[in-house]
Structures are given as C-alpha cells and as structure tokens.
Design a protein around this ligand. Structure first.
Ligand code: UFG
Length: 328
C-alpha cells in the first residue's frame, strides 16, 4: 500500500487539487492548513485536516508524531506578487521563514522527500522566452525571492543527504477541477482569470488591464496559463520520482510552453461566456515582468507528464463553471 503524504496548504487552491489527484490515485493524505485562505470544504471526506501554521515547528513536530508521513508536498504560502511588493517582510516570514521551520521539523521527523511549490517568478524579467530551468534566477519582486531562497535552502540541505526534493516552478495556474469538486475561492482574488470570471458572474463591474504599453504584440503582458488539474497530475508524478530515486533532486518548470496575453485571455473568456466582460485599460502594476513562458521539455522528459486540459477554452470554461457554482 502507498505511504502517507502530508500536503501543506491542502485546503487552498492548488493544494486542494493536488489532494484530489492523490486521493483519486489511492494515496493516503493528511492536510496541514491554517485556513487563512484555504477552505475546509475543499478537502475530500476521509482526509484529515490538521489546522496548523506550517511555520510552527512545535505544532508540526506534534503532527509528525501522530501521522506517519513519508513525504511532503509543500504548497502553503502567500502568492500575490503585488502584495509582496507592499509587504515584503510578511512574504519572507510566511514563505521563507515558515518553510525553514517546516524543513527543520521534517528533518527531525526523518522525512525523506519534499516537493516544493516554486514559481516562474524566480526568473525575474527574462529577455527571451521560452525559459528553461538553466535560465538565470533574478527575481524582480519579493515573492520571487521568498521562493528562490526556499529553493536554495532545500538544495543545500539535500546535498547533505537529509532528503531529496523537487522544486516545481509554476507558471500561471488557472482553471478548476473538471468535475467541479474544487476551484479558486480566495477572497480578494487578484489573478487575471479569477478576477475576470468574477466580473463575468456579476461579482465585479469590470476587469482592469494593468498596462497596455509593454513590449509585446498587443502591449499587454504574456503568461503561460496552466490548468490546475494538469499541474496536480505533475505533482503526483514528481512525488513518485522522488520516492523512486531517493538520491536525485530536480527543478522543473510547469507550463505548456505557450504564451497568452491579457487581452487574449479576456477574449477567450468572452467567447466562452457569450457576452463581453467590461475592460478598463490602466497603468502597469508593480512587479510584473512583460512575458513569462515555460519550456516544459524537462517536465515532459523527466516525469512523462502529458497535459490533458491545455486548451485555453477548456481552462476558461472550468474556471467560469466554478465561479458560477460559487455564485449560486
Ligand atoms: N492582470 C490584469 N488585471 C487583473 C489581474 C491581472 O491585467 O485584474 C494582469 C497582470 O498585470 C499580469 C497578468 O494579468 O500581467 C497575470 O497576472 P496574475 O496576477 O494573474 O498573475 P502573475 O503573473 O502576477 O503571478 C502568477 C502567480 C505567481 C507566479 C506567476 C508566474 O501568482 O505565483 O504567475 O508567472 F509566480
């Protein structure tokens, strides 16, 4: 039988989709989440939720004493780029310092595998795309630094033989579980498709387009939007790789290798929705690189990952269906 996996942030947006993927594949799961953004309802029946802050090493030691954890998927953290610009101290505490505490508790408990939620924000503002994992990491916002610093801790500690780790650098995660079991539910959402879907269901009057003078074909920023369930599937494959090859660690980009501008994304939503969402063209937002597109060659080669929901209309439809479900 399969060993038990701890999912930190498992009640949150991406973490809850990973919990579903693990649960569907028959892995026993324990969730650690302080419910600051997460929702209890996102966790399937039968999966224990320990309400805890992952930065609380003593509380994590208690968790590890009760639950026989073989590996950790570490999602818990803060993810809003502009918030990290206005409150960097909080971002370093909640991402880097909390991860440091979690890693220490995991080492004391003898846990041998850690899969970490990292980000394309570690690359900063690259001049050319697509980006492979050898690209220099020069973050342009505290969020990217807070994640890169955690990657560095994992790399240095893994080199001592304490554990192996995988760092998955997510590009722009979007969409919702195709079966409607979970989706993005964060209050005060800031992510483009989420905000646009809220506007489509009448929760907002419009979408602000942050910057129309970027050096891109239509002047708006380009991102590589990846369906959250394809990303969750990559996590299960990455976990298996960590367990199968305990002396190997890896860093892998997670994206489709396709760039979509802000306006193209809004066009895709309008097409699926059947009526246009109001757009207000505005100024640039702090901390936004003009373009981020992944090379996913290593993810595909290393893990044998096959995306299933890459079509932009599929991503948009699942996000909109989830938003309608939340609104009803
Ligand atoms: N945008 C708008 N209007 C909005 C929201 C966003 O125009 O209301 C624009 C942004 O300016 C940006 C693009 O849409 O150009 C995407 O912005 P998001 O806020 O959706 O996502 P980010 O690219 O800022 O960040 C996300 C994750 C990070 C990750 C990054 C990697 O939050 O964790 O993608 O590409 F690092």
């Amino acid at each position: 039988s399969k060993p038990t996996i701890l999912v930190t942030g498992g009640a949150g947006y991406i973490g809850s989709h990973a919990v579903l993927a693990l649960h569907d594949a028959g892995w026993p799961v324990v969730v650690a989440d302080n419910l600051s953004n997460g929702r209890r309802e996102a966790i399937p029946d039968g999966v224990p939720l320990v309400e805890v802050d992952v930065g609380d090493a003593a509380a994590m030691a208690d968790l590890f004493a009760v639950h026989p954890i073989a590996a950790i998927m570490h999602f818990a953290g803060s993810i809003v780029v502009p918030d990290s610009v206005t409150d960097p101290h909080y971002y370093y505490r909640n991402n880097t310092v909390a991860s440091h505490a979690l890693i220490g508790a995991a080492m004391k408990a003898g846990i041998k595998h850690i899969l970490f939620s990292s980000t394309a924000a570690t690359y900063g503002a690259p001049e050319t795309v697509p980006l492979d994992e050898d690209n220099p990491t020069r973050p342009i916002n505290p969020y990217g630094w807070s994640k890169l610093m955690t990657e560095q801790m994992l790399r240095d500690i893994a080199a001592t033989g304490a554990f192996n780790y995988g760092a998955l650098r997510y590009f722009n995660v979007a969409g919702a579980d195709p079966q409607g079991r979970s989706g993005q539910a964060s209050k005060g959402a800031t992510h483009l498709l989420k905000v646009a879907c809220e506007a489509a269901v009448g929760k907002r009057s419009h979408v602000d387009v942050f910057g129309t003078d970027y050096p891109t074909p239509d002047g708006t920023c380009i991102r590589d939007y990846i369906h959250v369930s394809d990303l969750a599937a990559a996590h299960v494959l990455a976990l298996e790789a960590l367990i199968d090859s305990p002396s190997e660690s890896f860093t892998l980009n997670c994206g489709y290798g396709r760039g979509t501008s802000v306006l193209e994304m809004l066009d895709a939503l309008d097409a699926v929705n059947g009526s246009p969402v109001a757009r207000v063209m505005g100024e640039r937002r702090a901390g936004d690189p003009p373009q981020l597109v992944a090379s996913n060659r290593r993810l595909v080669e290393r893990l044998g990952w096959t995306p299933r929901f890459a079509d932009t209309a599929t991503i948009v439809r699942s996000a909109l269906e989830w938003e309608r479900r939340l609104a009803s």
